[in-house]
Design a protein around this ligand. Structure first.
Ligand SMILES: [Zn+2]
Ligand SMILES: [Zn+2]
Length: 654
C-alpha cells in the first residue's frame, strides 16, 4: 500500500528510494519513499511524521524504483506486493539492516573446473556480439542445443564484465535442481559470487542483498526473486532456460521474471541474454520480429552429438502395463545395463498408482478438497492429493459398498522403480521425484551419485529433465510423451516439445553416443514430430499458426480474472456478474474479447471453488488502463467470501 507521511521540518527532504521507519497502525514498519512533494490528502485531518530515515547507503536505486512502478502497472498489483517479493524480508524489520552487514558469510563451495575450457567458434561469436553492446539495451536470444555450452558463454561474459569493474545477474529456474550451475560460477569467481533464492534463511538473504548493494558481490546467481537485487554497476542480466515456467510466480504478485528482466535491462541500459535450447514461443516471435537478436550455438561443445531419437507408437507396440516399457525400450535398456552404461526413464507421474479402484462398485477415492482422484503411494502407504497435499490411509474396505477388492490402477514412478528393481536385482537404481526430493540435499545426493557412476538407472519426473550433465548416460526412455498434451491449456504442445527435447538432451553429451526412445499414442502430432526431428524452428512455425488463429499469445495478450471462494453458488454468481460487467465495459472496444465465465480446469482446489473470466486483446495497453481504473469497483462488488485475482500473461491453467 502507499501511505502519505509528513517529513519533520528540521529534516532535509529525502530522495525517492530512501528507506524510512514509519508509524503503521499501532506499531512501526519500514517503507520506501516513493514520491515527495505530494498534496495533502483530501479527507485526512493529519498525516503522521516519518520516525527515522535509514542510512542513505540502503536507498533503492532509481532504476529499480522504475522497474517496481512498471510492474505495479502492468501486473495490476499493489505496490506492497512488489516490494515484499523483491526486497529481503529482513530489510523490513526496523533494526535488521544495520547489524547484518558486517557478518562474514560462509564461503560457497564450488565444484566444476576453475580453469576455463577452450571455446567453440559459435561461443566466441556470441560472446563478442553481446560484449559489443555493453553500454546499451539489447535483448539476445542465445539458442543453443542441449550441451552446447551456454553456461560457459555466461561465465566468459561475467569474466569480461568483472574486468571492467561491472557486475552481472544470472537467473536460473530452480537452484536445488541446478547446483552445478552455481558451483561453476563459484569455482570461477570465488568470493565475488553470491546466490539468492527462497530456500535461504531471512538472514542469508539480507546478507546477499547487502553484498549486492554495497558492491562486494559482483556476480549473483539466483531464482526469480533475485531479479531486483541492487547490484552496483550492473552490466548484464542472463535468464538461463528462459522458457521454464518456474519464472512465473503463480500467487499474489503474478509476475514473469523473464519479461521483467527485459524491463530491468531496458531501465539499466544494458544487454539481457535469454538462453534456451527450446525457447518460448513469445521469445521466438520477438526474435522473428527483430526485437531480440538471435545467437545460435548449433553444436555440442564437448565431443558428443545430439542423440538419435526412436519413436515407438504405443498403438502398434503396446507397453508392458507394469513397467510402461515397450519391447523396443526393454531390449535397449537391457543392452545398456549389460554394457555398464547408464539409463534414465522419464514419466510425468509420481506415486505408485494414479488412483485406487473398488472392484465391487467402481468407486474411486477422491480428495475432499479438490474433487480429483487421490494418488496411491505404497511407501509410506497413503492416498495423497497432488494438488493440496491432503492424505489419508488407504481404506481396508470400500467406503461406499464395503467390498475389500480395492486395487491400485495405472502406473507411477514408484511402481516402476519397484517392478524394475525386482526384474533387475543387480542394477543400482534410484528414483527422483518430488516425493524423494522434498529436501534439497537428497536431490543433490541422487544427482551426484548418478553423475559419479554409482547408479545405473534413474527413474524420474521432470526433476531429471533440467540441465544435468551425466557422462555415461547413453539411453533415455520417455515412457509416455502424451501425458502433457491432454491438459486443457494452450501451451500444452509447447510444453511437450520442450520437455521431450530437454529430457532427450541428457543423453550422449560426451564421448559415448546417446539414444532416446520416445513412446507415444500420438506419433503424428507436430510437437512429437518436431521433437523427433530436433527442430525447434519447425515446431515454432507450426505453433505460431495455431496461436494466431486462436488469438493466443504472442499475438494477443491474455488476462485472467480468477474468482474463488468456499461457497460454490456465490463464486459462480460473482463470476457471472463480473463477466456481464466486463461485456458492458468493453462493449465498444471490438479488439477486446470477453470469454466466460467458465469453471477453472480444477474446479475445486484446496477447498475453494474456482471460476474465471478471460480477456483477450490485440491492444493491451488500452485494456489495461480501463481495467486498472475499474478494478477497485469490481472488487467492491464481490459478495463476502469471494476473492478476485488478476493474472496478466498467465501461463498455467487455473
Ligand atoms: Zn465399492
Ligand atoms: Zn486436494
Amino acid at each position: 500500500m502507499t501511505f502519505t507521511y509528513a517529513v519533520p521540518e528540521e529534516w532535509e527532504m529525502p530522495a525517492c528510494g530512501r528507506l524510512a521507519r514509519v508509524p503503521l497502525g499501532k506499531g512501526a514498519s519500514v517503507g520506501i519513499v516513493a514520491e515527495t512533494g505530494v498534496k495533502f490528502p483530501e479527507g485526512l485531518k493529519e498525516v503522521k511524521p516519518l520516525l527515522e530515515l535509514l542510512p542513505e547507503d540502503l536507498s533503492l536505486k532509481p532504476t529499480l524504483l522504475r522497474v517496481f512502478e512498471w510492474a505495479v502497472g502492468h501486473y495490476l498489483t499493489p505496490p506492497g506486493e512488489v516490494l515484499r517479493t523483491f526486497l529481503p524480508p529482513g530489510l523490513f524489520k526496523s533494526t535488521a539492516a544495520k547489524g547484518e552487514r558486517a557478518r562474514p558469510r560462509a564461503p560457497m563451495i564450488g565444484f566444476g573446473e576453475a580453469v576455463a575450457p577452450s571455446l567453440t567458434e559459435a561461443q566466441r561469436v556470441a560472446i563478442a556480439d553481446i560484449l559489443e553492446l555493453r553500454e546499451s539495451f539489447q535483448p539476445f536470444l542465445l539458442q543453443g542445443i542441449t550441451g552446447s555450452g551456454k553456461t560457459e558463454v555466461y561465465l566468459r561474459l561475467c569474466e569480461e564484465l568483472l574486468q571492467r569493474g561491472r557486475s552481472a545477474l544470472i537467473l536460473v529456474p530452480e537452484i536445488a535442481l541446478t547446483p552445478q550451475t552455481v558451483g561453476r560460477f563459484a569455482a570461477r569467481f570465488g568470493d565475488a559470487v553470491g546466490s539468492y533464492h527462497s530456500g535461504m534463511t531471512e538472514a542469508q538473504r539480507l546478507q546477499t542483498w547487502w553484498g549486492a548493494q554495497s558492491g562486494r558481490l559482483k556476480v549473483l546467481v539466483g531464482t526469480r526473486s533475485a531479479l531486483c537485487l541492487p547490484l552496483v554497476d550492473l552490466g548484464l542480466i542472463v535468464v538461463d532456460e528462459e522458457h521454464d515456467s518456474s519464472y512465473k510466480q503463480e500467487e499474489r504478485f503474478r509476475y514473469h521474471a523473464r519479461d521483467l528482466a527485459v524491463v530491468r535491462a531496458k531501465e539499466e541500459g544494458i544487454p539481457v541474454v535469454l538462453g534456451s535450447a527450446t525457447p518460448s514461443i513469445e521469445t521466438m516471435e520477438n526474435t522473428a520480429r527483430g526485437k531480440y537478436r538471435l545467437l545460435k550455438l548449433p553444436l555440442r561443445a564437448t565431443a558428443g552429438t545430439l542423440p538419435k531419437i526412436q519413436l515407438v507408437d504405443l498403438k502398434l507396440e503396446p507397453a508392458d502395463p507394469e513397467t510402461m516399457m515397450s519391447p523396443t525400450l526393454t531390449e535397449k535398456l537391457e543392452a545398456v545395463l549389460a554394457r555398464g552404461e547408464q539409463a534414465l526413464l522419464f514419466l510425468n507421474r509420481r506415486g505408485f498408482a494414479p488412483y485406487l479402484l473398488c472392484r465391487g462398485c467402481g468407486e474411486v477415492p477422491n480428495c475432499p478438497n479438490c474433487e480429483i482422484a487421490l494418488t496411491f503411494h505404497k511407501r509410506p502407504a497413503g492416498m495423497v492429493c497432488h494438488y493440496c497435499e491432503f492424505h489419508q490411509k488407504p481404506p481396508d474396505v470400500c467406503a461406499s459398498c464395503g467390498a475389500i477388492e480395492i486395487q491400485p490402477m495405472g502406473t507411477g514412478t514408484e511402481k516402476i522403480e519397484e517392478v524394475l528393481q525386482k526384474r533387475y536385482p543387480q542394477t543400482r537404481l534410484a528414483r527422483l521425484d518430488r516425493d524423494v526430493a522434498s529436501g534439497r540435499q537428497r536431490t543433490e545426493e541422487i544427482l551426484s551419485s548418478f553423475a559419479a557412476g554409482e547408479l545405473d538407472l534413474l527413474i524420474g519426473t521432470q526433476l531429471v529433465a533440467k540441465g544435468h550433465d551425466f557422462k555415461r548416460l547413453t539411453l533415455v526412455g520417455i515412457l509416455l510423451a502424451d501425458s502433457t498434451l491432454n491438459q486443457p491449456d494452450f501451451r500444452a504442445a509447447e510444453r511437450l516439445f520442450q520437455i521431450v527435447t530437454q529430457v532427450a538432451g541428457r543423453a550422449g553429451r560426451h564421448d559415448l553416443p546417446g539414444e532416446v526412445v520416445l513412446q507415444t499414442f500420438r506419433p503424428t502430432h507436430y510437437a512429437v514430430t518436431s521433437a523427433l526431428a530436433q527442430d525447434p524452428e519447425a515446431f515454432f512455425q507450426h505453433e505460431r499458426v495455431y496461436r494466431e488463429e486462436a488469438s493466443y499469445p504472442p499475438f494477443h495478450r491474455v488476462v485472467l480474472l480468477k474468482l474463488s471462494g468456499t461457497q460454490s453458488p456465490r463464486v459462480e454468481q460473482a463470476s457471472e456478474k463480473l463477466a456481464e460487467d466486463l461485456v458492458v465495459l468493453f462493449g465498444r472496444h471490438s479488439e477486446v474479447r470477453v470469454l466466460g465465465p467458465a469453471k477453472a480446469s480444477m474446479e475445486k482446489l484446496r477447498g475453494k471453488y474456482r471460476w474465471q473470466v478471460m480477456l483477450r486483446t490485440s491492444k493491451f495497453e488500452g485494456m489495461r488502463r480501463v481495467l486498472e481504473e475499474k478494478l477497485p469497483y469490481f472488487e467492491a462488488q464481490l459478495p463476502a467470501g469471494v476473492t478476485l485475482h488478476v493474472d496478466v500473461d498467465p501461463i498455467g491453467v487455473f
